[in-house]
Write a protein that binds this ligand. Sequence first.
Ligand SMILES: C=C(O[C@@H]1C=C(C(=O)O)C=C[C@H]1N)C(=O)O
Ligand SMILES: Cc1ncc(COP(=O)(O)O)c(C=O)c1O
Length: 271
Amino acid sequence: MHSWVDGQPAGSVPLKDRGLAYGDGLFETIAVRAGQPVLLDRHLQRLDEGCRRLALVADQSMIRSEVLAYAAALGDGVLKLILTRGDSLRGYGINPGAPVRRILQGSPPASYPPAHGLEGVRLFPCATRLAEQPLLAGLKHLNRLEQVIARAEWQDAEHAEGLMLDMSGRVIEGVFSNLFLVCDGGLLTADLNRCGVAGVMRAEVLAQAQVLGLPVTVADISLEQLRQADEVFVCNSVYGIWPVRGCAAMSWSVGPLTRKLQGIVRALLDI
Ligand SMILES: C=C(O[C@@H]1C=C(C(=O)O)C=C[C@H]1N)C(=O)O
Ligand SMILES: Cc1ncc(COP(=O)(O)O)c(C=O)c1O
């Protein structure tokens, strides 16, 4: 399907776009089923928070309308929404008059091997560490070089995702997913106030855990806590939940809490 730029079919953006020059913008990757964007409110909430923190002035109701119209035309697939701070010729200085640019791209449904969800995955232990930057932590901004470098660390099919630590060795997330541990019947996921992306699926899993009455802890996680977890899973907005069976010398069984949450998320994503 054709991409849209500022609500019009288009295949390119100007060379002066600040998203290209500086990664000055935000993005959302949204699963679309039967013409409906899945978890749209959560995506738009994160985008709104990103706009607030980056002082990007965007018309949120126009964005919602465009996403709904684009998703309806896409049917089933993945919708990528990019907002950039528009154009500037050179220099970091912001041109307050430049309107925020809206880019919508559609792609077919993700084609991950079904075994990832059924049998679980292994994580590659990435050497690339996440830098701490509280100003940007949690946002899905366009500067994703750490993930690009980390994803280039493995090519084999044995590893479906990578494990990323911060500079102090804390366990943070996957390269394109968030990470959960099941410990003593409750969920533990990393505090993302220093680095990491606060995923929409992570937020949904936390909300579902609350509905199920599960104890939830958001805190710093050590490698030793990861090793001793009863179950481990990763999640994102596109594939839902993958149980994790191993990472380097660590291994886990696929357990009942992971399966329960996976079932709930599968129903949402219709997969
Ligand atoms: C990096 C993108 O999006 C992330 C990656 C995936 C995926 O590959 O499964 C899913 C959702 C996003 N968190 C992208 O370019 O869309
Ligand atoms: C670094 C990182 N963490 C987590 C996620 C998961 O985010 P979401 O659940 O919003 O797809 C992504 C998705 O791109 C990501 O790139």
